[in-house]
Design a protein around this ligand. Structure first.
Ligand code: ATP
Ligand code: MG
Length: 421
C-alpha cells in the first residue's frame, strides 16, 4: 500500500471568506499503489479524481453537479469527544463541515458523528466521557452544524459501525495497521525519544507494552464509520489522510474479494491552506485535544483573557518582524496560518497587513484580537445551548435514528455478500 501523500485528496482554500466556495473537478490522478494490480477490480466504477474546492466570491458560486461520478453523494466526518474542539479542529475540519452544508446540493446526505467508540482507545473517566460527548454536540451545533441539513449522531448509538468493523477486521492485514503513525504518536506522547520508523516501533517493547488492541486497530473502525454509509467524501484535517488511504484500500480489497462493488472509494476534502494547525508550545507537532497541556491549544470556548495568555506564551523565536517560513520559523508561521485563516485572507495578505509589526508581542496581541473576535459567536452560542441540553439530546436521538436506518441497509447487504445471511 502506498502511504505516500495521496494526490487525489481535495484541496480547499480557506484563503478567502470561507462561506462561499466553488467546487471543480480536475483531471484524474492515479497514485502509486504498490499492489494496486492485485487488489483493483476490473468492474470498479469509481474513479480517482482530485476534488477541489476553490474559494471565490458569492456571485460566482456554483454548486457541484451531483450527476458527476466524482461529485459528493454522501459526506461523512467525525470528531472524538476527547475534549473541547480547538482551533485546529475548527480550521482543519469543522469550518468545512459547516461550509459544505451550504454548498452541496440538497440531495447530498451529510453525516457528522461524535465518534465516542474511538475515544475509548485512550483511557477515559466514564463520567467525564459522558459529559464530553454532550459538550461536543453543543460545540458542533454552536459552530454551525445544522441538524436539519446534517445527520448529527453519536457513533455508539449506531451499532452497525462496530459490526462492520468486525467484518473489516477479518480481512485487513496487520501490516497495514503497523504502518499507521497515530498509534505511535499517541503512545509516545509522554515518551520523547521513542523510535520513529515503523519497523523499530513495532519491535520496541517499551512502546508496544502500552499498546492496546483498540488503539492499534481503530483505523479499521474509522474505515467502517465511512463505509457503512457508503460515503463518497470525507472532510478531514491533513493528519487523517493516512487513515483515509487505509479506508480506501480496505474498501478496494473487500470489493475485489467478493467481486462486488459494495463500497465506493471515499475521497478526502482537506483545506489547502490550513491543513494542519500546530501546537502553540511545540510547533512541530499538531495541535491536539488529547495533548496533556491545555496551553498547547486554543479551545473554541476559551474566553479572550485565556486566549491572550495562551498566545503570549506560544513558542516563537527572537527574530524581528513577521515572516512565513514553516521550517525555519515554525512557531511564528503557525501563528501566521491561524491569523490568515481567521481573517479569511491568504498568507501574503497577512504579511502585508503586518508589515509594520516588528515584535512578536505586538503580533500576538493583534492575533488575540482576531481570534477572540472570530470565536465570540461560537462561545455565545455554546452558552445558550448549554442552558437547553434537552434540545441537544433530542437532536442526537433523532440523528442516531436516521443514521441507524441507513447503516442497517448497508450492513444487511454486507452480511449477504459475505455469507452471514
Ligand atoms: P485527539 O488528540 O483526541 O486525537 P484531535 O485534536 O486530533 O483529538 P480528532 O477528534 O482526532 O481531534 O479529529 C477531528 C478532526 O479534526 C479530524 O478531521 C482531524 O483531521 C482534524 N484535526 C485534528 N487536529 C487538527 C489540527 N491540528 N489541524 C488541522 N486539523 C486537525
Ligand atoms: Mg486525532
Amino acid at each position: 500500500m502506498s502511504l505516500s501523500k495521496p494526490p487525489y485528496f481535495a484541496r480547499m482554500s480557506l484563503s478567502k471568506p470561507p462561506y462561499f466556495a466553488r467546487m471543480s473537478l480536475s483531471k484524474p490522478c492515479i497514485p502509486k499503489a504498490r499492489f494496486l494490480a492485485c487488489i483493483s477490480h476490473p468492474s470498479h466504477s469509481f474513479q480517482r479524481r482530485t476534488f477541489s474546492i476553490t474559494s471565490t466570491c458569492p456571485t460566482t458560486t456554483s454548486p457541484p453537479s451531483t450527476h458527476s461520478p466524482t461529485a459528493p453523494r454522501t459526506i461523512l466526518s467525525g470528531i472524538q469527544p476527547t475534549g473541547v474542539p480547538h482551533l485546529g479542529n475548527y480550521l482543519g475540519a469543522l469550518a468545512n463541515w459547516v461550509k459544505l452544508q451550504h454548498e452541496l446540493l440538497a440531495d447530498v446526505t451529510i453525516y457528522y458523528s461524535i465518534v465516542d467508540l474511538h475515544a475509548l482507545t485512550m483511557p477515559q473517566d466514564p463520567a467525564e466521557l459522558r459529559r464530553a460527548k454532550l459538550d461536543m454536540a453543543i460545540s458542533l451545533l454552536a459552530c454551525g452544524v445544522d441538524p436539519k441539513r446534517s445527520v448529527l449522531f453519536e457513533q455508539s448509538r449506531v451499532p452497525q459501525h462496530a459490526e462492520l468493523a468486525w467484518v473489516l477486521n477479518c480481512i485487513t492485514p496487520v501490516g497495514w495497521l503497523s504502518r499507521m503513525t497515530q498509534w505511535k504518536s499517541k503512545l509516545s506522547q509522554n515518551k520523547p525519544g521513542t523510535p520513529s520508523t515503523h519497523a523499530q516501533s513495532i519491535q520496541d517493547s517499551d512502546l508496544t507494552s502500552g499498546l492496546r488492541m483498540g488503539l492499534f486497530a481503530y483505523p479499521i473502525l474509522q474505515a467502517a464509520d465511512i463505509l457503512i454509509y457508503k460515503a463518497t467524501h470525507v472532510p478531514i484535517g491533513e493528519d487523517q489522510t493516512q487513515h483515509l488511504e487505509l479506508a480506501r484500500e480496505i474498501a478496494k480489497m473487500f470489493n475485489k474479494m467478493y467481486s462486488k462493488n459494495v463500497f465506493p472509494l471515499p475521497e478526502g476534502i482537506i483545506p489547502s491552506s490550513t491543513k494542519r494547525i500546530m501546537s502553540l508550545r511545540h510547533p512541530t507537532t499538531k495541535m491536539s485535544k488529547s495533548d496533556p497541556s491545555d496551553a498547547t491549544r486554543i479551545n473554541l470556548t476559551d474566553p479572550p483573557t485565556l486566549i491572550a495568555s495562551k498566545f503570549s506564551q506560544a513558542m516563537t523565536d527572537s527574530e524581528r518582524g513577521i515572516t512565513y517560513d514553516p521550517v525555519g520559523r515554525p512557531g511564528v508561521s503557525n501563528l501566521v496560518t491561524i491569523y490568515a485563516a481567521m481573517r479569511g485572507i491568504d498568507v501574503d495578505a497577512v504579511l502585508r497587513e503586518l508589515g509594520d509589526v516588528q515584535s512578536n508581542r505586538v503580533f500576538k496581541e493583534r492575533l488575540t484580537e482576531v481570534v477572540a473576535e472570530g470565536l465570540a459567536p461560537i462561545r455565545t452560542e455554546s452558552e445558550r445551548l448549554r442552558a437547553d441540553e434537552g434540545y441537544v439530546e433530542e437532536v442526537l436521538r433523532d440523528g442516531a435514528e436516521r443514521a441507524r436506518e441507513s447503516a442497517e441497509t448497508c450492513l444487511r447487504e454486507v452480511y449477504e455478500v459475505v455469507g452471514l445471511r
